[in-house]
Design a protein around this ligand. Structure first.
Ligand code: IVH
Length: 689
């Protein structure tokens, strides 16, 4: 049966579109769509061709591994082709279970046969590279290109500090081709972009383009400016070396040669082991200092790998198991302005609902007016939305190629114009102070939006944790003037079961629960209470430091700016915010009423929070650490709540010292500051998770 005309036309259109994206992505390093969108087009074409084999033509993009060499780089023929691997797109456990089932079937293993041993590792999101070491010296580096022929990018790869120019150790192979991924870490990416913006130069769209762009940069000096990393995941051509008999063994051996291999890898048994690894890495994903889009499973034994062999272009012994995409395309339906707790006006994009990072997103922050201008976001635009972990979804970039004509004719968005110079919640004047990025409503707690946000913040989980006091309820409480300040929550004349039960969507039972939750919230810590007050520039960490330093609210309230600055990490700006907050008569009145109601906040002994076990600790990094870059170490410390500072003082808790540590280490010794090795740091971090 011939393919329907419709299917043939669709396949043709898909091929054209994929080719355009391939060119933009691989040749221009300027992709027009996020990967998830590209993958969808690619899979649709694959499915069409599978369904109608007569549509499958030799020059279809599905027939090649991807990419075209730029004419300017010398071509490199790969003696062992650089293949790609099959992708399991089902982000649930079935991806792992299906792979294990396929492997067992192909090996002829019955139900009673023992579990297969797998090596599991991360799927790095960068650019595949083959490093050729001849007699232990880095002789050539090549991109994958179309899998058969890549490009000679040796000069640029040599600028990557983490890639050794000479292998370490004894028993160096005659020839060793190491394959792996070049990528840009997130901190390196942020740092590079910040510097570019300072110099009014173009920023990178995402870390992957940063990596691809610098590797394929013809001027190695420019390539060298962009900080790249590398992790190995396999081998190409090898001679004069006894190959280890498992994949895990290969990675261990590479590590001994001084090649970077990611520590997040394991050797495990059967589908259960794979599922556990998948889940463990998903939980870790947002804490990694680099992007991954999934994990990779490989049959560990080389003998079994050989028995399994290859299908047309993919090994049967390996699979990539994806995580939900963190970037998706959608359309901007409108731009609204929200009023925050401190009066900050935040532009928010209302979006055509889109599933990204595991949830459906309908709104995404646009941060502030300058960011909208920088990205040039307009209503009607198609945009990339990014949502990583708990982070608030954001509009990442505009796809200019998809901008309809009428949108191009619109004026650039202006916040003042959008809200007609008035706070959208209370119609008071708005202002943007010099040197600040944000517009603010000037009405303070008279503004109902600020009042609502202040109450929601006060009740939030990390503040006084009043369960059930959510947005819908707070809206009603403020609109009906039942609650004007957080102190009113504890005023039984205003908030009682009867009054609450009268509100919309409230029954007797839920009213009862809320009254109970409010009662329970009185028993809280000083740190939570300080945080709950919503003082500008005082986050959880600072609130904790203040609580520890002052011991009770009265002492904090009467402290002057000088005294405040004696608290760890409290500088002039934060001190000023605190002093100004307590100088406001309205605020001291609220606090007095809270105290009367029994909300005092008890001082509490230092306690280890599982997530932020380094909270309140200050680190200084010095010297060259054996495996972590400065940025990586700093990111790990900060993720656990610690602070990283540039200089050693009496306030320093730990100095993490590596090779060639100099004056900072001496100073630490002189001051009696604890000194850690990278291992020590890892233990500190590890014990916390
Ligand atoms: S193994 C024969 N392992 O994903 C097996 N690939 O389709 C060759 N990638 O572009 C690949 N992390 O650059 C392998 N841990 C990993 C990987 C990985 C990322 C990339 C690779 C290639 C694609 C595989």
């Amino acid at each position: 049966m011939g393919a329907s005309r419709e299917a043939a036309e669709r396949a043709g259109a898909l091929r054209d579109e994929i080719e355009r994206h391939d060119f933009a992505y691989y040749v221009l390093d300027a992709p027009i769509v996020p990967d998830a969108e590209y993958d969808r087009l690619f899979r649709e074409l694959q499915a069409l061709e599978a369904e109608h084999p007569e549509l499958s033509i030799p020059d279809s993009p599905t027939q090649r591994v991807g990419g075209r060499p730029l004419p300017e780089f010398a071509p490199v023929r790969h003696a062992v082709p650089m293949l790609s691997i099959k992708t399991e797109t089902d982000t649930g456990p079935s991806g792992a279970i299906n792979f294990d089932a396929r492997v067992r079937r192909a090996l002829g293993l019955g139900e009673d046969a023992p579990a297969v041993e797998y090596a599991a590792e991360l799927k790095f999101d960068g650019l595949a590279i083959s490093l050729r070491y001849e007699a232990g010296i880095l002789a050539r580096a090549a991109t994958r290109g179309d899998g058969e022929t890549g490009e000679d990018v040796t000069q640029n790869v040599r600028t990557i500090h983490r890639i050794p120019l000479r292998l370490r150790g004894a028993a160096i192979p005659e020839l060793l081709e190491v394959r792996g991924e070049v990528f840009m870490s997130r901190p390196d990416f942020e740092h590079y972009n910040a510097r570019q913006r300072e110099r009014n130069k173009p920023a990178l769209v995402n870390p992957r383009n940063g990596a691809a762009g610098s590797i394929r940069q013809l001027d190695p000096k420019i390539a060298a400016e962009r900080p790249l990393s590398f992790y190995a995941y396999g081998l190409g051509e090898v001679s004069g070396w006894p190959l280890p008999d498992s994949h895990g063994g290969v990675l261990d051996a590479l590590e001994k040669f001084g090649i970077p291999v990611c520590e997040h890898r394991t050797v495990t048994l059967g589908a259960d082991g794979l599922v556990a690894f998948h889940a463990r890495i998903l939980a870790l994903r947002d804490a990694l200092p680099f992007d991954i889009d999934g994990v990779v499973y490989k049959v560990n034994s080389r003998v079994l790998q050989e028995r399994l062999g290859f299908s047309t272009r993919e090994p049967r012994w390996a699979v990539a198991h994806k995580y939900p995409a963190q970037e998706e395309l959608t359309e901007v339906l409108g731009i609204e302005v929200q009023v925050g707790r401190t009066g900050k006006l935040t532009p928010v994009a209302r979006l055509r609902p889109v599933f990204v990072g595991g949830v459906t997103v309908t709104n995404a922050t646009l941060h502030n007016e300058d960011e909208i201008r920088r990205k040039d976001v307009r209503v009607g635009d198609t945009v990339i939305v990014r949502r990583a972990g708990d982070v608030i979804p954001e509009v990442f970039a505009v796809i200019k190629e998809r901008r309809p004509k009428y949108v191009g004719q619109q004026e650039q968005w202006s916040l003042a114009k959008a809200v007609a110079d008035r706070c959208p919640a209370c119609q008071s004047a708005i202002e943007r102070a010099e040197g600040e990025a944000d517009w603010r409503c000037t009405a303070g707690l008279y503004c109902p939006a600020q009042r609502k946000q202040a109450i929601l913040h006060f009740a939030s989980r990390r503040a006084l944790d009043i369960e059930g006091l959510g947005e819908k309820l707070v809206d009603q409480l403020v609109e009906q003037d039942l609650v004007r300040s957080v102190a009113d929550l504890y005023d039984a004349d205003r908030i009682n079961v009867e009054a609450l039960a009268d509100l919309e969507r409230m029954g007797e039972k839920s009213a009862q629960n809320i009254v109970e939750a409010i009662g329970k919230s009185k028993d809280t810590t000083l740190a939570r209470l300080i945080y709950a007050l919503g003082i500008r520039n005082v986050g959880e960490a600072t609130a904790r430091d203040l609580a520890r330093h002052f011991g009770d609210l009265a002492a904090l309230m009467t402290a002057d700016v000088e005294e405040l600055q004696r608290v760890r990490d409290v500088g002039p700006v934060v001190a000023e915010s605190i002093a100004r907050f307590f100088a406001e008569g309205h605020n001291s009145e609220v606090i007095a009423r809270l105290e009367q109601a029994g909300v005092r906040g008890r001082a509490e002994p230092r306690q280890a929070d599982a997530r932020a076990v380094l909270q309140g600790l200050t680190f200084v990094l010095t010297g060259i650490l054996p495996t972590l870059s400065r940025e990586e170490a700093a990111a790990l410390i900060e993720r656990k709540g610690g602070k990283v500072s540039g200089s050693v003082s009496k306030k320093t808790d730990y100095v993490v010292a590596g090779e060639d540590a100099g004056s900072k280490l001496e100073k630490a010794r002189a001051l009696g500051v604890a000194i850690l090795s990278e291992d020590g740091l890892r233990q500190l971090l590890g014990n916390s998770s």
